[in-house]
Design a protein around this ligand. Structure first.
Ligand code: ACM
Length: 719
């Protein structure tokens, strides 16, 4: 299309839209006003909970909240339970805006007037298989929360907070009985602090968010080609030369472990060996398989450096190293990585070749298995159980290791059949910007699994994995939340809780609630966009400037565009013409976009409704929505001309014009009962294929819905 014909095209669509806008702007409801359409399996008058408890029995009535609300139980001041109850009370006061009279941080003793009574039998151990169940009973007079362990109490407090409801008379808890326990004992989030260093604050706010959805393992990825992130007193060159000065001191590690422990969360460290290990070898090249020297890796991928399994001094090194780390990290499990080991340096090293011959190691898997066996002996000496990615699975390993499946669920099944415990991360790679639906339906034990009940017990749970190649401390929360809440539900709630629409309805609410923990998944979008336009956006500072009706400013336009764009999926961002390194900026438009556009999902639902029922009101909704989107186009054009870093988003605006045209013209013809020529449809289909190609590393997420609309016309049922 030439510039001239493009201009005409825009004039045409503007005329088309103006007509539609005049006709429908007032009559039609906005997209956001669409009422929830998911079939709720939940008891419908309860507020949204996530994860859904195992058993809910609603009872008539409500417990009304006022400033006399008080808590009492047996927890000792400064204990985990006491602190958790104190936090709960503060959060409750904050949610309800109530000035509670009790000094709950000093005194939680039981009195006859106590409204909220908690009780637990013992302090829980932070290890798998610990009891996290709880029993919650709410009557109009009292709230009672009982559990075997204080961990159960913590989980129940989160449920109670989610139950806070409001009506015109104030805040209340609905009366009910909940008996709840997790389906899986291992419910984790991996945070990669290596590809990009994540300051303490990032870890803490994410721990709080994890606790709020009952996750209980922080898998902390602490060594990689791009960085070694823990202070080692035994081998100080590890953090001194391997981290660019960005590492956690041992004091900071202890602070995080204590912080997590107070939330009932285990902290399992991962030190990835023998591959993914460049940063270690910067300070200690003598343990490598090739001579070096080594530099901290800046690129992302799989690299050649690897420890030398044929060098006995390597095992002395790891003995001392793991002795130090085993005492720093109290968790009974330690993850040794073990993934994606490149054999290139092993092949080139005569010592390694001779070693393999001598020990009858026929291939590099066997060599890695030898290495793992030696590491296992060391970990066992320091009372740690070994966890590793599925590559570590080799015959002959003892049965108390844990296989962590990232390449596919089959490794988990195969392991369980042979008596190995396993955890699933395949399907929970939240860095890949897939939908919450995809993660939600990914079950560690899929329905219909042929495993025996004993084998099923070996599947301990799963972990969402936040690999950090393409996230910074500013954007990491938006890749973790809210989708990880859906994964948390998969790992906690009964298997039958699988209604996707219902999950999305609840996720919207939970996402906002999560902000209370400090996670910045929602608010940082506006911040990033604001910063993008600030060089030319002095108008942003004109606080109180009156706007003409029906106009939007640049920031609003960018936000509206971001709301319908998603970063490209999977690893595609690495193939868009730029080489990402740990030094690359992560402050572009694509970084501000959420992994999943909930607005596009909503739009698709409305389009599907229209295709099924052909209701004119639904057509109006679609038209109104597109009209609302179309008005951002001139603003996007302006910012993309004014601001160099936004130049790349101009094609998204052009695509939006095309898409709006296709949808509106299609609807106009469909509603008018006019026949549409096949050649027109075919031309638009070709156009849609072009629109589907990434622009600015983003996808316009409303495209598949417009494609559906178009296809509905060309299908046999179409007019
Ligand atoms: C992995 O993603 N290489 C564990």
């Amino acid at each position: 299309m030439t510039a001239n014909s493009f201009k005409k095209y825009k004039i045409f669509i503007s005329v088309l839209l103006t007509g539609f806008i005049c006709l429908f702007l007032i009559a039609a409801g906005s997209l956001q006003a669409e009422s929830p359409s998911g079939t709720t399996e939940q008891i419908s008058n309860l507020p949204p909970m996530m994860p859904v408890p195992a058993k809910i029995e609603p009872v008539e009535g409500s417990f009304r909240l006022d400033e006399k609300f008080s808590v009492g139980g047996q927890a000792k001041p400064t204990s985990r339970a006491f602190k958790a109850v104190g936090r709960f009370m503060s959060r409750l006061a904050g949610h309800a805006g109530i000035f509670l009279e009790q000094d709950f941080l000093a005194d939680q003793s039981l009195k006859t007037s106590t409204k909220f009574i908690y009780k637990f039998e013992r302090v829980g151990q932070l290890e798998p298989d610990e009891d996290e169940s709880y029993h919650l009973e709410i009557t109009p007079e009292k709230v009672k929360l009982q559990s075997k362990t204080d961990l159960g109490l913590l989980r129940g407090l989160e449920t109670l907070l989610q139950l806070l409801s409001v009506d015109s008379q104030g805040y209340y808890f609905p009366c009910l009985i909940i008996q709840d326990q997790p389906r899986f004992t291992w419910r984790g989030l991996l945070i990669d602090s290596c590809r990009h260093f994540m300051p303490l604050e990032v870890i803490k706010r994410n721990l709080l968010a994890m606790a709020s959805v009952k996750l209980n393992v922080l898998h902390w990825h602490l060594s990689e080609d791009q960085g070694f992130r823990v202070e080692s007193k035994t081998f100080p060159r590890l953090h001194q030369l391997g981290s660019d000065g960005m590492y956690y001191s041992q004091e900071q590690i202890k602070e995080i472990i204590q912080f997590a422990s107070d939330l009932g969360i285990r902290v399992m460290p991962e030190f990835d060996i023998p591959g993914h290990s460049t940063s270690w070898l910067v300070g200690y090249p003598e343990y490598a398989s090739a001579p070096g020297p080594y530099r901290i890796e800046r690129k992302f991928g799989v690299f050649h450096p690897a420890f030398n399994p044929a060098n006995p001094k390597v095992y002395d090194f790891f003995d001392k190293f793991f002795r130090e780390m085993a005492s720093l990290f109290p968790d009974p499990y330690l993850h040794i990585g073990g993934d994606e080991v490149e054999a290139v340096h092993w092949k080139e090293n005569p010592q390694v070749q001779a070693f393999m011959k001598k020990h009858h190691l026929s291939d590099y898997q066997a060599l890695q298995a030898y290495f793992n066996q030696e590491i296992l002996k060391i970990l066992t000496r320091y009372r740690k159980k070994m966890v590793g990615w599925d590559e570590i699975y080799q015959p002959g390993l003892p049965k108390d290791i844990v296989i962590h499946s990232w390449r596919g669920p089959q490794a988990l099944v195969d392991g369980a059949r042979k008596g190995y415990q396993g955890i699933l991360s395949n399907g929970y790679y939240i860095d890949l910007c897939e939908t919450a639906e995809r993660h939600y339906l990914n079950d560690p034990i899929p329905p219909g699994s042929l495993l025996t009940p004993e084998e099923k017990k070996l599947i301990l749970g799963g972990e969402a994995t936040m690999w950090a190649e393409l996230v910074s401390p500013e954007t990491v929360d938006s890749r973790i939340w809210p989708r990880t809440a859906a994964i948390a539900e998969r790992l906690w709630s009964p298997q039958e809780v699988r209604d996707v629409d219902d999950m999305y309805e609840r996720l919207k609410v939970i996402s906002v609630q999560l902000e209370e923990t400090g996670v910045q998944h929602l608010k940082n979008q506006q911040m990033l966009l604001r910063r993008l336009i600030s060089p030319a956006g002095s108008d942003l500072l004109k606080i109180g400037t009156l706007k003409a009706p029906f106009t939007i400013d640049k920031l609003e336009a960018l936000q509206r565009l971001a709301a319908i764009c998603e970063p490209v999926k999977g690893y595609a961002r690495h193939n868009q013409g730029r080489t990402y390194t740990s030094l690359a900026p992560l402050t572009r438009f694509v970084d501000a976009c959420f992994p999943e556009s909930l607005e596009a999902r909503e739009f698709r639902k409305i389009v599907k409704n229209y295709i099924e029922a052909r209701q004119p009101e639904t057509a109006r909704k679609i038209i109104n929505y597109l009209a609302g989107l179309y008005i951002i186009v001139p603003r996007i054009e302006t910012v993309s001309e004014q601001i160099p870093s936004l130049k790349e988003i101009r094609p998204l605006a052009d695509d939006l014009i095309h898409l709006s045209f296709i949808a509106l013209y299609t609807l106009q013809l469909a509603e008018g009962g006019e026949k549409i020529s096949n050649s027109w449809i075919e031309t638009q289909k070709v156009m849609i294929q072009e629109i589907k190609k990434p622009k600015a590393e983003c996808l316009l997420a409303i495209t598949p819905a417009v494609e559906l609309l178009l296809e509905s016309l060309s299908s046999p049922g179409g007019k």
